[in-house]
Every structure is written in structure tokens, then in C-alpha cells.
Design a protein around this ligand. Sequence first.
Ligand code: ADP
Ligand code: MG
Length: 740
Amino acid sequence: MSKNKSSESVKVVVRCRPLNRKEESNGPAGSIVQMDLRLGQVILRNPRAPASEPQKTFTFDAVYDANSKQGDLYDESVRPLIDSVLAGFNGTIFAYGQTGTGKTYTMMGAWFDPQKRGVIPNAFDHIFTHISRSQSDRQYLVRASYLEIYLEEVLDLLDPNHGNARPLELRESPESGVYVRDLTSCVCKSIKEIEEVMNMGNQARAVAATDMNEHSSRSHALFLITVECSQPGPDGRKHIRVGRLNLVDLAGSERQAKTGVQGERLKEAAKINLSLSALGNVISALADGRSGHVPYRDSKLTRLLQDSLGGNAKTVMVATLGPASQHYDETLTTLRYANRAKNIQNQPRVNEDPKDALLREFQMEIARLRAQLHHRKWRTKQKKEQVDGEGWERDGDEGTEGEDEEDEEEAVEKEAEEYVKQEQRLEREKQDIREDQFMLADEKQRLLGEKERMMGVLRKEQEATEQLTAKYKAMESKLLVGGKNIIDHTNEQQKMLEGKRHEIAEQTRSEREIQQQMLVRDEETVELRETFTSLQQEVEAKTKKLKKLYAKLQCIKAEIQDVNDEHVRSRQELEQTQNELTRELKFKYLIIENFIPPEEKNKIMNRLTFDPEEDQWKFQPLVPAESKSSQMKKRPASAVGYKRPISQYARVAIAMGAHSRYRAENIMFLELDMTPPSSASLDGSAQSERNQSHSLDNSPTKDRSVRKSRSWCQTPKSITSSSSNVSLAACHTATPMTAQ
Ligand code: ADP
Ligand code: MG
């Protein structure tokens, strides 16, 4: 993959947990993982191989052994990433590894022990401390969401009815990439609040899981933090930067046994690791760089992490290992996986002034509320002037946009006082009216009523203002102002200490980088020409190099063998799964072919469509929803009130007093024509037929060619004359007709 200026690779760090008690008691085999912290190398020993076999060495951006502290990992590998998020980059940290190797310990840690707090709580501290120490011209909005992916379903952990909630859908927008629709997002104003959000999510997760261990090893947990920061730019306008942080605790990477299960359980087993195997495929495709297609859409997890892998984000992967010898294969797989991820290139950039920034909306809403409050104040002032004719003492800063918050609060208080004063004055006036003995009772009553009404209006006004003020304050309290809303209690000495610690971490990192570069250069310069003083010396030097290269060759050969073995293993597994699926398919086919009528099957097949968003087959509705109404036949206007459309003839017949039996029926009686058929020219018959149809449309009172026909309401008359074609028509004794 081409490296452009702004691209940077995914940082991969490896952490190995200490041996636990059970592993220690298992035998003296000890740890199979050795780490060189200075060089960032992991050396893995194969417990089953002979001692002569070379050990496997992997190099990473940093490695953390069993004695490493949570703080070390955070300061060296995570802090720079969180700093980037605060500067407006997208950032992702994900923990990958076998169950029980310390993913949750690394991400979450032991909550109540400050030394053992993991990446997530440390990130909370980091973000809010940064806000408390930043300049006061910055405004921040921090939001948090928490979700999990279980059996390929995205579940909102902050939804109050998490248990019954429907799985969420993924959507994509050009602005913010892939996102989860309707995901709960909580505005957090302090560390305490964001910790509460997290505990709430953790509880929901624990409640949903019958067996927490099993569940957490099969589900992916994503904690998402969005930090929006508004800051005045050189152009005097406020610019917003949005940093999104994904903190991901992945499901256990061990292979789930899929063989020997059927039906629902097979489907479930296939889904358990679908996201993880898709993640592996995405990493391989990206690391390879040659394949154009990256299968992000294969799973929910890879779609959500699309930006973090090969996109607009800075990413840190923490691969966790266990040191026990019985997990050698899994450990090796994890190391290979991590090794591959190192080659992924991302293109992070600052998200400046995105259209969907919530902070902008908040700022606009606050400005609107403030304007409303000002308007209200102004109106009250006007009223007061009207009432008592004197001017309101002027506030110097009144009505100006730049008014700061103290003044705002003062003004609100002043206004409340003013309301009280006005109320007292009205009360006094009422009292005066009551005590006035010269006033007529009627007049008194009228004036008192007037004052009462004024008091009512005043009270309503006051309530509305209070509501508006409360809304305004609530909105404004959600925004954090740099160095104001959160007070930083750390003293100078502590701050200095912190600074030094960060410096040291930075130094360690750059030292390691230099060491690694030296190592690479060392290997590259092996074949450089050297001058030797004697032949003997040359032989010695070259033998040494040969040995070194031979060892390397052996390592690579072993690696190739391993990779081959692994491929064979996974191919066998896939074949087995395929066989089981084929068997299942045959079974379903048998049922369909033998027990479902072919036409029914075809009907169903024609209605099925595949929904790639939800990864499911769906039935199309029988009648497309929008054309439903247009397909419904309307009753013709002529048939209103009748059983069926009715002809003019029948209508007249009804009006004339109908035969009750055929009421409203379009039936007419025609006499049988007894005259023998005569041969008439075709033209003539056509003509008379036209006449007849014409007459049927005409009113029966008019002169018609079907004179001998009679309706059911007429008495039969003798037939005088007729033409043969009319008699043909008369053969139909009853001719139903439809109007129009
Ligand atoms: P995972 O989430 O990968 O399944 P856990 O984080 O639950 O694994 O870790 C399993 C156990 O190992 C826990 O009891 C945890 O406290 C312990 N553990 C993991 N990593 C470390 C470590 N670096 N130092 C001390 N204990 C650890
Ligand atoms: Mg876990």
C-alpha cells in the first residue's frame, strides 16, 4: 500500500499476563513467552519442539510483560492517541486475544484500585483533566455511548429496556462514516457522570448474560466517546473539532468448535466468531495491500471499525497473551494476527467543522434561548414603564451578545426581584382601593378585578420566564468551558511530576524505535563489503554471518511450515463446516421437494429478496404498499345506493312503481319474435343493430325501434311489426346492462 504523507500505520502492542495459580500448579514448564522490553520483542518457545528448534521472535511497537503496570501501558501507548482524539482525530483502541488473557483487565481493569485501572477509566481522567486545564475560550461537549455485538446483533447497553430492545441497524453517511442508528448517547459533564454511564452499561451487559464469562467471551463491547471542541479561529469565528474514540473489548479469539452441531446451534456457532474472522480477513486484505477488495461488509464489527482499519483514524491494537504452555497454538495465532496488523496504513485527519456536530446545534439553541430571555426582559421593562410611568434603571451591558454568565445570572436574579416588587405593588394598590371610602362599590369592584387580572398576567409571565431560564441553564450546563466547569485539584508539584512521567514514557518510546531501526539496519548491512587483514579473519567473520543467516533461514522455513499447517487445519475445518451445511441443505430440500406444492414454492420464491443490510432473506409484501389504494376498485358513481350499477331504463322503471321482485334489477322483458327469419343485407342489419343499442341508451319514453319490447312493468302488447335482427336480440329475455 502506498504511503502518503498523512498515512500512519496501526500501532500494535503486546501484553502478557502473569501465570495464574492454576497454571503455576500445573507444572514447572513455566512461561513460554519471553519479552525484550527494550527492543519491543516477543520470543515464543514451542513447548513441544526439541530444544534445538529456533524460537520465534516477533517485534512490535511496544511489549508489556507480566510485571507491567496499567499506567505504563497507558502513558506509553494510549496517551498519545487520546491526545490526538482531543485534537479532533478519530481514535480506536482494541484489545484482541484469547479468553482469559487480560483483554478486559487491560481495557477496564480493577475499578477501585487506582493502580489497576485500565485504559477506559484512565481515558476518562485524561479527557476531563485536559478540559479542566484548557483555555477558557474553548467549549467542549462530551458524549458517551456503549454497545455490544452479540451473535451479529448490535445491542444498545444504555437503553433503559435493554433486555427487550430490538437490535440496532448500521447506517452510513458521507459525513460521519458508518454509525449505529438510534444509539443512545449521553452527554457527560464530569468523570463521575461518564463512569456512571459505563457502570450502567456494564450492569445491562451482566443482566443480559446468563453466564457472564461465556457471554463476555463471545460478545464484543464497544464504548464510544465523542469529544467536540469549539474554539475561536484566527478568522474570529468559532471552529469545531470532533474527535471520536472507540474503546473496544473484543470477544475471545480462540476457535469456537463448530463441528458436530446442527440446526440452530450450528447457525449460532457460525455467528459467534463471524465478526472476528471477518476482522482477520479485513486485516489480512489490508496488510497484504494487493487485494483491492476489503471485506468490511462481512460483519457488523468490521463495518463499525471500517474507519479504524485503513481509514480516517489512529488505531492502537493491544494483543493479549497468556504465558501457559498449553495455549501455545492460540498464543502463536494471536502473535501472527498482531504481526499482520502492523502493516495496516491509516489516513487520519482532523475532523474540522463537520456538519453533524452537536455542539453547533447546542450553541445555536443556547443563543436562541438567550435571545428569547432578553426579549422577555425587554417586554417586562416596557410594561413596567407603562404601568408606573418611570424608567427602568439602565444596565450597561443589557441586551448585548457578549454578556458573560455572571451578568446573565445577576440579570436573572434582578428580574425575579422585579417581579416580586411588582407583585407587592399591585397588592398594595389593591389594598388602597379596598380602603378607599369615597369610591363607589361598583367602581371598586371593577378596579379590583383589573388588578387581579394584572396579577394573573404577571404570574404567568414569571412562570414562563422561569421555565425559559431553567431550559437555558440546563442547555448551557451541558457545555463544558475550558478551565471552568471542572476544577482541577492537582497541585503544581503533582502536575510537574505527571509531566515528567509523560516525558519519560515518550523517551522510552523513541529509544525503542531507534533500537528497532538499528536492528533492521544491522541485518541489512550483513552483506556489505568489509576489508579483512587476513584470510583467517575473513573466514571467521563469514562463518559467523553464515551461521546467523542459516538460523534465520531455519526460522523462516519453520514459519512456512507452521503457516502451511495452519492453512491445512483451517481448510479441514471449513470443509467440515461445509459438509455439515450441505447435509442440512439436503434435508431442507427434501422437505421442500416432497411436502410443498411446486406452485406454492414458486410463489414464495418469487416474493423473497435478500436484504444485505440485515443479512437476511425477506418477504416482499403481496401488494406493494403505495399502489394498494390505487388498485382498490372504486364503486361507480351511478351505483350509489344500489346493489349494482344500474341503467337509466331501470331507474325510470323504479320511479314508475316497480315490480317488487325485480326492484333495482336491470331486467327487461322482451316478447318472443315469432316471425321467420328473413334475409337482410349485412349493412342493413348493422344499421338496425346500431339503432337498437342507441335506443337502449335513450329514455324509454322516446320513440324507439324496440317498440315491441316491454318492461316488466308494462302489460304485454301484440307484436305488430319487427325486423329479424331485433327479434334476435329479443331472444335474450333478460339482458343485464351496465351503465356507462
Ligand atoms: P479476558 O477479558 O481476556 O477474557 P480478563 O481480563 O478477564 O481476560 O483476565 C482474566 C484474569 O486474569 C482476571 O482475573 C485478571 O484479573 C487477570 N489478569 C489479566 N491480565 C493481568 C495482568 N496484566 N496482571 C494481573 N492480572 C491479570
Ligand atoms: Mg473479557
